[in-house]
Write a protein that binds this ligand. Structure first.
Ligand code: GAR
Length: 195
């Protein structure tokens, strides 16, 4: 069984979608959900899904020792960032090299970097009068949104679209593709390293 930890800071609709996708899988399990916000709605979703959830503050994320200890104790193989807004510490990246995957709600390298998350991204895309946006799934390295790109998918933007229209289109792409791409990455990983 490949075990996943999902990190999420907000609503957690992607976290829930991923957890539901793998609910009956005999190969992949969402074992834990970790947040940096005590009042994040993702924690309620975790409870409903019966997935143990943990919260750490920014300092604990920066130091990472407690979090790495938990991940090791739970035998976590991969970390999935689904709307997680803190920077991942070098220690955590070293503990999970090429095993941390993020989704970004735009077509990187455009509209990435510090402060570019959630609706800020969609507002910037509309302001720039882009004719398309989309999603980027990528490995996480020590710089925001700069790790190797695994997958991108695009949606069209019309001149009438508001930022929330763009957000809806992008969310749709996220729900459709993120669980499947995670499954593909993990399949390759288990073919290479066994279970
Ligand atoms: C998602 O659109 C995700 O791509 C984005 O936050 C949203 C979280 O929604 N992530 C970033 O902006 C990371 N830079 P959710 O909490 O409903 O899954």
């Amino acid at each position: 069984m490949i075990k996943l930890a999902i990190f999420a800071s907000g609503s957690g609709s992607n976290a829930e979608n991923i957890a539901l996708h793998f609910k009956d899988s005999s190969e992949i399990e969402v074992s834990i959900i970790i947040s940096n916000k005590k009042d994040a709605y993702v924690l309620e979703r975790a409870q409903k899904l019966n997935i143990p959830a943990y919260t750490y503050n920014k300092k604990e994320f920066d130091e990472s020792d407690q979090i790495i200890a938990l991940l090791k104790e739970k035998k976590i193989d991969f970390i999935i960032l689904a709307g997680f807004l803190l920077k991942i510490s070098p220690k955590l990246i070293n503990a999970y090299p090429n095993r941390i995957i993020n989704i970004h709600p735009a077509l990187l390298p455009k509209f990435g970097g510090k402060g570019m998350y959630g609706d800020f991204v969609h507002k910037a895309v509309v302001e720039a009068k882009e004719s398309e946006s989309g999603i980027t799934i990528h490995y996480v390295n020590e710089n925001y949104d700069e790790g190797a790109i695994i997958f991108q998918s695009k949606c069209e933007i019309t001149g009438q679209d508001t930022f929330s229209d763009v957000a809806n289109k992008v969310h749709k792409l996220e729900y459709e593709h993120f669980p499947k791409i995670i499954a593909e990455i993990l399949k390759k990983y288990s073919e290479k390293f066994g279970d």
